[in-house]
Design a protein around this ligand. Structure first.
Ligand SMILES: Nc1ncnc2c1ncn2[C@@H]1O[C@H](COP(=O)(O)OP(=O)(O)OP(=O)(O)O)[C@@H](O)[C@H]1O
Ligand SMILES: [Mg+2]
Length: 346
């Protein structure tokens, strides 16, 4: 297998400015703070984590839509973090984004035909309008009569199909889908996810799929990465991660998902977390998760940043005590009754 996308030590720090001219920098929001990721050609990496942990910023930075403070984003052997001008434009053609709310990203006054061909015009690519628009609509399962319509004439699911068609216009090799189905009815979600999978098979696409819904990620991903406060705490092949989540944060995420069977649901282990997500402007020292971790130890956790170590089989975890937690030598502490459960609003 070849690695198509390799992210190394990626950081995105947004300056916090003050003063009438906003010319005084008083700190930084460390939205992405040292992310390492690899995605194999033709495969899907799912990215999960709480709201505000930096998923969208990471995705945008990988496509150079957010400023990269430090680190590398190697695409097909080329670090696009340092590219400018014509080289950046060429690299961008290979990498596209599908957004959560298709209406918000589509101009309501443009016909479908115009919307789908706009990326081609922007990149100065010659095309035959009718043929190309017809092909794109067919690829996403919409009739050719859709070409003359406007975005508001379509349902949510159809509009997301248009969003996908537009992303396909430049024949990219890598697509980042940021919450591609969160705005859709549950009944429509599976259809859109299936379409993404079919397109992947047909066109050999490589995906990064961002979602807060663990079920969505499991459905589409070969591998899953879990993000917490700007960095990756665990990454593994999807089945391995869901069968044996190891990082305390991943355990808490998984334990917050209700199980449909009431008997299993009543017995299921719940790992509750204390407090809220800390501010990325002032992240905790050492392991970022230590302020909420039910397995926190007196030493190391608040002083030393844990590395994302490979435990074998592509299962990587960033925790100093993972061996002890895994074999039960370290048990979770009791947490306050007002501890918050993750994703209860999802
Ligand atoms: N342009 C910006 N300027 C300053 N701070 C930003 C900017 N964009 C994002 N942030 C901050 O960076 C952090 C990460 O935001 P981001 O949108 O990447 O999170 P997310 O994981 O995608 O969340 P969600 O699940 O809600 O979409 C947040 O604290 C956010 O407020
Ligand atoms: Mg987001």
């Amino acid at each position: 297998m070849t690695t198509l996308v390799q992210v190394e030590g990626l950081k995105v720090h947004f300056p916090i400015t003050r003063g009438i001219l906003l010319n005084r920098t008083v700190g930084h929001v460390k939205a992405v703070d040292g992310v390492d990721l690899a995605i194999e050609q033709g495969r899907t990496l799912g990215l999960v984590g709480e709201s505000g942990c930096g998923k969208s910023t990471l995705g945008r930075a990988m496509l150079r839509l957010a400023p990269i403070t430090a680190g590398k984003m190697v695409f097909d052997g080329v670090d696009v973090a340092g590219l400018e001008g014509e080289k950046l434009r060429a690299a961008r053609q290979d990498m596209q984004m599908v957004f959560q709310d298709p209406l918000a990203s589509l101009n309501p006054r443009q016909s479908v035909e115009t919307l789908l061909t706009e990326p081609l015009r922007a990149h100065g690519i010659a095309y035959d309008k009718r043929t190309r628009v017809g092909e794109l609509l067919e690829q996403v399962g919409l009739p050719s009569s859709a070409a003359q319509k406007y975005p508001h004439e379509f349902s949510g699911g159809q509009r997301q199909r248009l969003g996908i068609a537009r992303a396909l216009a430049l024949e990219p090799r890598f697509i980042i889908a940021d919450e591609p189905v969160s705005a859709l009815d549950v009944s429509i979600q599976a259809q859109v996810l299936n379409l993404l999978e079919e397109l992947q098979t047909q066109l050999g696409l490589t995906y990064l799929v961002i979602a807060h819904d663990l079920a969505v990620v499991r459905h589409v991903s070969d591998d899953v990465a879990v993000m917490y406060l700007g960095s990756i705490v665990e990454q593994a092949p999807a089945d391995l991660l869901y069968d044996e989540p190891l990082h305390p944060y991943t355990k808490a995420l998984m334990s917050a998902v209700p199980v449909p069977d009431p008997v299993v649901e009543a017995r299921r282990e719940r790992i509750l977390l204390q407090g809220d997500l800390p501010s990325p402007a002032n992240p905790p020292t050492g392991c970022r998760f230590h302020t909420r971790c039910p397995f926190k130890q007196e030493t190391r956790c608040d002083t030393e940043v844990p590395a994302l170590d490979d435990l074998g089989g592509g299962h990587r975890v960033a925790c100093h005590w993972i061996a002890e937690i895994r074999d039960g030598r370290i048990q979770p502490h009791r947490v306050d009754p007002d501890a918050t459960e993750l994703f209860t609003d999802a």
